[in-house]
Design a protein around this ligand. Structure first.
Ligand code: 13P
Length: 255
């Protein structure tokens, strides 16, 4: 049985002061929700403060990016070794990294390897752009991204995959539950071929892209979809708590 998973990707939002305020606003309510793995991914500059605030709670911490080298003369970069003292998770291969910062499948692959080497659990993002979707190339793109990111990596259960169609991110135009579930089923089939059927059954696969308190139920009602990677709505305490609550309620019922 895969345990449900909801992560909030705050992206480049919140100053350190705002981050602490946001955590305070949601901490107690979020902490009490059982049956869902809950992860907050604030910006780097707030990781230390947020990790202290989350101590003793059931909420876990994730970073939004990292560099693949462990240390050295890479001005401005943060390594998996550094993050491993603070975080359990790290988002890798996010489309904003791919499209704004030129991250290739090969770079994502090196990052996944480096994260795992330092016991950080990657939340690996894949997803097609609008023109790829319209050209019927979703499966081809997602398959290439997955094979690229996981190239040379031994099967690991410490991996979460997020299907985030680029056209659904920050646009208010979420995929339908049916579309997301179909692509996630396809992702499981790719993992089954790359690794094994049992790995494909065990890995958590999330949907991300304009998830809100109002539409979360549509996604997690599908058995294939194990949870969500939430952007904008994770910056609103009440809404994020409601997304996690609904996930706990709906997934709890299906057990
Ligand atoms: P939005 O929820 O703001 O569309 O962002 C999704 C996302 O990119 C999460 O990583």
């Amino acid at each position: 049985m895969r345990s449900p998973f909801v992560a909030g990707n705050w992206k480049m939002n919140t100053t350190a002061t705002e981050a602490e305020r946001l955590v305070l606003e949601m901490l107690d309510k979020l902490d009490k929700i059982e049956g869902v793995e809950k992860v907050l991914c604030p910006p780097f500059v707030s990781l230390v403060a947020v990790s202290m605030m989350l101590q003793g709670s059931s909420i876990k911490l994730g970073a939004q990016n990292m560099y693949f080298e462990a240390k050295g003369a890479y001005t401005g970069e943060i390594s998996s070794l550094m993050l491993s003292e603070l975080c359990e998770f790290v988002i890798l291969g996010h489309s904003e990294r791919r499209w704004y910062f030129g991250e290739t499948d090969e770079i994502v692959n090196r990052k996944v390897k480096a994260a795992l080497a330092n016991k950080l659990k990657p939340i690996l993002c894949v997803g097609e752009r609008l023109e790829e979707n319209e050209a019927g190339r979703t499966e081809e793109v997602v398959s290439r991204q997955l094979r690229g990111a996981l190239d040379g990596i031994e099967p690991v259960r410490d991996l979460v995959i997020a299907y985030e169609p680029v056209w659904a991110i920050g646009t208010g135009k979420a995929a339908s539950g049916k579309q997301a579930a179909a692509t996630i089923q396809f992702i499981r089939a790719v993992v089954a071929k790359l690794w094994s059927k049992s790995m494909a059954q065990d890995l958590r696969i999330l949907y991300g892209g304009s998830v809100t308190g109002a539409n979360i139920a549509e996604f997690i009602s599908y058995l294939e979809i194990d949870g969500a990677l939430v952007g904008g709505a994770s910056l609103k305490a009440e809404e994020f708590v409601s997304i996690v609550e609904k996930t706990a309620e709906i997934k709890g019922r299906k057990k």
